[in-house]
Ligand binder design. Structure first.
Ligand code: GLP
Length: 244
């Protein structure tokens, strides 16, 4: 779906998330949300905060799982995805702290595998993700599933692509300060979500969006795997859709 601009598109995505939350609330159930970081979802979070403050949307029955985190990374660091999520969403809504899950960038390396299996397990114990939102990196990554990621990959420790580190360099004051690794949900983890919404804005995403939507399905561009799912949608602004 192509929208005139990211504001309108983001409001639409926030409404979809709010509907999932309200439907679950009516049934006395928990809504399980898969969340993303980066510039792309910021306006979705802004709208969710507005719905909380002005339209009584409660997050008390919501459990969230973030896609990824740099590794190693202290949760209190400015660049951590914990800091990002607190700033853009969690500090402004009524979600219970214990319902928030973000991959822990402080897990000792020898415990990473066990930790990742636990993350995966926790999602399935809650019945899976009701909705997963995604951005797309210029390498075609979803979460931090860089080129080479397998379609059935699970939550794991990965090495970041050079282009991804370059794109993150502004947040870290230089590429050399960007961690070389990250923890990420796998492509397989994302695929199990009941709804998958990939968002992309601006012209700088047009080329990778074209490859993801129209290109051959390949591990070279992990976002192409989404072509295989009938539950995945791309929500674009006109600029991101301009090469289609
Ligand atoms: C990061 C995140 C991804 C995100 C991507 C795009 O690498 N780990 O989840 O989709 O960047 O970022 P942006 O939304 O800032 O363009």
């Amino acid at each position: 779906q192509v929208y005139p601009n990211q504001e309108v598109a983001s409001i639409g995505v926030a409404k979809r998330i709010a509907n999932v939350i309200r439907e679950k609330q009516e049934k006395g159930e928990t809504a399980v949300l898969g969340l993303a970081t980066g510039a792309t979802p910021v306006k979705v979070y802004k709208e969710l905060v507005r719905l909380h403050k002005e339209e009584n949307l409660s997050f008390r029955n919501v459990v969230t799982f973030n896609l990824d985190e740099y590794y190693p990374m202290l949760p209190t660091a400015d660049q951590s995805y914990v800091t990002f999520m607190n700033k853009h969403l969690f500090d402004m809504i009524d979600i219970p702290k214990e319902n928030i899950n973000i991959p822990d960038g402080t897990v000792p390396v020898e415990k990473v595998q066990e930790y990742c299996e636990g993350y995966e397990q926790k999602i399935s114990n809650l019945g899976g993700l009701d909705i997963q939102i995604l951005g797309i990196g210029r390498t075609g990554h979803i979460g931090f599933n860089e080129p080479g990621s397998a379609p059935n990959s699970g939550t794991r420790l990965v090495t970041l692509d050079d282009l991804t580190r370059r794109d993150a360099s502004r947040d870290f004051g230089g590429k050399e300060n960007v961690p070389t690794k990250a923890l990420t949900m796998g492509v397989g983890t994302i695929f199990k979500a009941k709804e998958i919404i990939l968002m992309a804005w601006n012209e700088k995403k047009a080329e990778i969006v074209k490859k993801a939507v129209e290109g051959e399905i390949s591990s070279d561009i992990p976002a192409t795997y989404l072509q295989l799912s009938d539950r995945a949608e791309f929500i674009l602004d006109q600029d991101a859709a301009s090469a289609l």
